[in-house]
Each structure stands twice: as C-alpha cells, then as structure tokens.
Design a protein. Structure first.
Length: 237
C-alpha cells in the first residue's frame, strides 16, 4: 500500500467560510462612529430606509437577512417585542427590544402600504451605508483594513450587551445562536472591557478603604485612629 510520506504533518485545510465569518465579527463600531453615521444617513430623506435598517440592526443584533424579511405583524409595540426568523438555524426567536418595536410601529404608520418592514434590496442598503460612512470619515468595507460591514452592526450590539453585564447565555438567546461557542466568537476581545474592568476594580478598592464611624458599632473593625487595620491583639475582646 502506498503511503503519504508527510501524512503526520498534514493538516486539514481550514474552511474559508469559517475564516471569513470570524473576520467579520472583529469590528465593533464606537459610540462616536455610530453617531456620525446616523447623522450622515439622516441628512437626506431618500436615505430613510437605510437609516431605519441601521437603527434596527444595532438594536436587535439581527442578521441582515432576518431584518429584510420582517413583516409588520412580527413586532408588538404593546409588549415591546420583535420576532426574527433565521434561515441559518430555521428557527424563530422573540426578543425584548422596546426601542425597535416603537420604531417599527412608527414606520408602519408612515409606510402602511409597504408589504414588508423594509422594502429594499440588500445591495442598495450596503451602497448607501458605504457612501454615508465614507462621507464622515468612517472606513467601510469587509476587505478594507479597519472597515466595517452590515454584519458588524450585529457584532456591535452583542458586544455592548456583554459590556453591560448581560450573561453569555442571555446573549446567546438574544442572538439566536445554536451554541455558546458561536456566541464566544463574537466576543473574542472587547477593548472597552479594559475600562470596565478598571472601573470595577476601582470600586472594590474603595470598599477596602472604608473606615468605621464608631468603634462601638456592630460592624466596626478596629478604631477610627488606626483606619480599621489595627492588629487583632489591640482590639477589645
């Protein structure tokens, strides 16, 4: 039997689709970038559909295909919920997103004759987002260094949920992921978490600097003079 001499060193090629998907999730829009793009999209009335998509995608963290197929009855302003269907998992999920539900309700009044919530093709939205972004100095493009694409609106939403303290399992359900592993790929590294960690540890440090108001207090430790750190032998028994 003929054998391959380098079989031991052979590695199965990595799926190019997986690599592409992971690269898409690296980009998180900053608060300043979100504001700039929103302003650019609001300057012209004919760009209202793109602005609406931009806002809904950020709020719901929905995939582009999920948002573009949405129907009016899949949102409830009364309950503050939005239903999204994923062709990827072939499952429905209902998320609590009052801000998105309100935007959809307002749009329904204005666009009551439209068959879908957003009646625009994806390539039109991508083109408008690119033009608006570049007009305010925000780099756009999946293959461009530092650039962003529509899928990164989902990444931005999920990352902000994590920074706000939403548990990983909660983010998984909100995003409609099939596993925690998929959710973790979106949250590989969050620069803002460094500042969040600094705030938390500073708070903990402040707690350790607390001094007792009275040595007779039930929770007093040491005395006001020793800052609560007197040796145990000098304390009353």
């Amino acid at each position: 039997m003929q054998t391959c001499s380098d079989l031991r060193t052979y590695k199965v090629p990595r799926s190019p689709l997986t690599k592409k998907s992971e690269e898409e999730r690296d980009r998180v829009l900053s608060d300043e970038e979100i504001s700039k793009i929103s302003v650019a999209l609001s300057r012209k009335r004919e760009l209202a559909d793109a602005l609406f998509f931009f806002r809904i995608a950020l709020i719901t963290g929905g995939r582009m295909a999920e948002i573009l197929r949405m129907k009016w009855e899949e949102s409830s302003e009364r309950f503050g919920t939005v239903k999204l269907y994923s062709s990827k998992t072939q499952k429905w999920r209902t998320i609590k997103a009052p801000a998105a539900a309100t935007l959809i309700a307002q749009r329904r009044v204005q666009e009551r004759n439209a068959p879908m919530v957003i009646d625009r093709p994806d390539h039109w939205i991508r083109g408008v987002l690119q033009t608006a972004s570049e007009s305010v100095g925000v780099v756009y493009g999946q293959q461009v260094a530092g650039g962003w694409c529509p899928h990164d609106l989902r990444n931005t939403c999920l990352t902000n949920l994590a920074l706000a303290g939403v548990p990983l399992n909660g983010i998984k359900e909100y995003a409609g992921h099939s596993s925690i592993v998929e959710t973790q790929r979106y949250l590989k590294f969050m620069p803002a978490s460094i500042e969040l960690a600094a705030m938390v540890t500073s708070r903990l440090a402040q707690l350790t600097n607390a001094t007792a108001e009275s040595p007779q207090g039930a929770n007093a430790i040491g005395t006001p003079d020793d800052g609560g750190l007197a040796p145990a032998t000098s304390r009353g028994r």
